[in-house]
Design a protein around this ligand. Sequence first.
Ligand SMILES: C[S@@+](CC[C@H](N)C(=O)[O-])C[C@H]1O[C@@H](n2cnc3c(N)ncnc32)[C@H](O)[C@@H]1O
Length: 286
Amino acid sequence: MRRLLGLGLLLPCVFLFVLGCKREAPKDPQVGNLVLSLPESQHDTAYSPDCISKLTVDGKDFSEPRATKRTLVVTPAAGMSEVKVEFSFWPQKYTNIIRTKIVTLVKDKATEVDMTKEDPDNPDLIKPIYVPTPNEIVAAMCKLGKIGADDVVYDIGCGDGRLVIQAVKDFGAKKGVGIDIDPELVKKCWANAKKDGVTAKVEFSTQNALEIKSFADASVVLLYVGEDLNLKLKPVLQKTLKTGSRVVSHRFLMGDDWPPDETKTISAKNNAGEEAVYKLHLWTIK
Ligand SMILES: C[S@@+](CC[C@H](N)C(=O)[O-])C[C@H]1O[C@@H](n2cnc3c(N)ncnc32)[C@H](O)[C@@H]1O
């Protein structure tokens, strides 16, 4: 009986001790809890091998389990109270967005971090994947943009350079400028320009489209970069392009507040040689 009574008193004490230890856990000033809200992501590695979300904190991988609400216990570097949270996600299977936030941890407190919204101090990196426009559609884009001898033609996210090369070679544009974030593609652009004998009339460089502050030199801007990047480029295009300049976008629009002046629907062979339907949009700067 006495043994039973002793056990009855001991068990609650053990329970309270364990509970107390649990509460003590985040007392270390270097340890903080992060409560993250993450945007939805596509996971379609069959379409693009990289199309899967990745979450890191100070470079450490926390990708699993892939969910929109996550709670993590993280330890900042010695002497630091901040951590860098990076979430790489796919709003659609053709665009990768890399979102970064610097978060200050508070001792013994859960810190809520909303990764569903961009941090204006750390702009998103927006990266549509490489899919070349079929040559027949490139020609249709040049026609829709009324490219001629007086034009300086930009392609933002220029891939292998085919839009700019065709603009100067077949439509007589006086200059073509292509920029792409992928240095290997930029090398390909130069090789293609050399093959087509137009190196004197073109410029290609490796650059993030979101770092371009002005399109004042361009009279035509050609785009095939997805709606997320289009929407980011829109204010710079509207503010810096000269009156009369044209923007031609393969497939993607510029949001409800900037509808295209003209849309063309064209049937042509896709890159696999099958018949497909394409939409091209034209805006003229007023
Ligand atoms: C759909 S492809 C279009 C290629 C080419 N304009 C065409 O129509 O054939 C999109 C291109 O944008 C490039 N790109 C992705 N993100 C970029 C960024 N932030 N800045 C510049 N180029 C980017 C990719 O490397 C890719 O070559």
